[in-house]
Design a protein around this ligand. Structure first.
Ligand SMILES: Nc1nc2c(ncn2[C@@H]2O[C@H](COP(=O)(O)OP(=O)(O)OP(=O)(O)O)[C@@H](O)[C@H]2O)c(=O)[nH]1
Ligand SMILES: [Mg+2]
Ligand SMILES: [Zn+2]
Length: 312
């Protein structure tokens, strides 16, 4: 029988079958062996299309095969540094939920995320939540950040789950798509889902008063079906994003406004730092690439060098 993995806890997988039933499955040892080769901490991810069969007994359901993935998105595993975890598979789009305050999402984090999604060829919509918390000054700041991303072609929405602002646009963005909902812990991913689909009753939790950060309330990725069509994968707040597969000179290929100009660089492995005749640096100096984005790019490159010296 065929089905889609709707929840993964590491040892059990909930699979929604073609007839709409949800079955708890285990995986066969053989996947675990493959897993060590692939260096992923989870061999099966939410969104995977699988074949299941019953080997006997009430706990007898096993996942016997995984269909090839159209795509998947990976993060560094929080528990084992270096090990990578598949966050979700077969997704149509990412919706990145971010907040200016409580907690603060840096543009550096946004840029890392966009870069990763771009590398996996997954379109991303940026949604600023908690706009109800912003005073005039912060509202102005929000507009200017949104402008940076709109200018390079990303869709940006402003919403407030608390005040139910922007909800119809948010619904339209999700309709009939398989969406990975991403973002730091505490930005309101689960709250947004509860607001548009109250029957889901997802667990939510206040941001810590002490650290200003989320409490990592959602611990397992889970796919929820939308009554207006489509589904959303509510994933745990993302701490880190792995971009470990790239060569340093590839980073700018996934930075969409850099990609447009980098053909003009003199060297085809140009890193756009201080190389001569660099079209990216030229575009930056001419104000065609924002200071924020360029600075974040240099930081990503630095981090990359610090963590993956073997490239040099
Ligand atoms: N002021 C305000 N608070 C909000 C809004 N949306 C969510 N919150 C609050 O933010 C806190 C965190 O929300 P969650 O929905 O648990 O956040 P999450 O992104 O699911 O977090 P994790 O599951 O840990 O990844 C809760 O106290 C929510 O009530 C909003 O639009 N405005
Ligand atoms: Mg949550
Ligand atoms: Zn260059």
């Amino acid at each position: 029988m065929r089905g889609v993995v709707v929840k993964s806890t590491g040892s059990w997988y909930d699979v929604k079958t073609e007839n709409g039933e949800v079955v708890k499955c285990r995986i066969r040892g053989v996947f675990r062996i493959d897993d060590t080769k692939e260096k992923y901490s989870n061999p099966v991810a939410v969104g995977d299309l699988v074949e299941i069969l019953n080997e006997g007994g009430p706990d007898g359901w096993v996942i016997s095969a995984i269909e090839p993935r159209h795509n998947y998105i990976v993060r560094s595993s929080p528990r084992h540094r270096g090990a990578r975890q598949i966050l979700a598979a077969n997704i149509d789009q990412c919706v990145l939920i971010v907040t200016l305050i409580q907690p603060r999402t840096s543009t550096g984090f946004i840029d890392r995320f966009l870069l990763t999604a771009e590398a996996y060829h997954i379109p991303t919509i940026i949604v600023f939540n908690k706009t109800d918390l912003l005073d005039e000054k912060n509202m102005y700041k929000l507009e200017s950040i949104a402008q940076i991303y709109r200018q390079i072609g990303y869709r940006v929405l402003f919403v407030s789950a608390l005040k139910k602002l922007g909800m119809s646009e948010f619904v339209e963005a999700l309709r009939n798509k398989i969406t990975l909902l991403a973002g730091h812990s505490g930005v309101g991913k689960s709250t947004l889902m509860n607001t548009i689909q109250p029957h889901l009753h997802l667990r939510t939790q206040e941001v810590s008063r002490i650290t200003g950060k989320g409490m990592h309330t959602t611990t397992f990725a889970e796919m929820h079906f939308l009554d207006f069509g489509g589904s959303v994968i509510d994933a745990p707040g993302i701490r880190e994003f792995g971009i470990t597969d790239f060569k340093p000179e590839e980073i700018s290929h996934y930075y969409i406004e850099m990609r447009e100009v980098l053909q003009g660089c003199k060297f085809n492995n140009c890193l756009h730092e201080n190389e001569p005749e660099c079209a990216v640096k030229k575009a930056y100096l001419a104000g065609k690439i924002s200071e924020e984005r360029y600075t974040n790019y240099l930081n990503i490159l630095q981090d990359y060098r610090a963590n993956y010296r073997h490239w040099e």
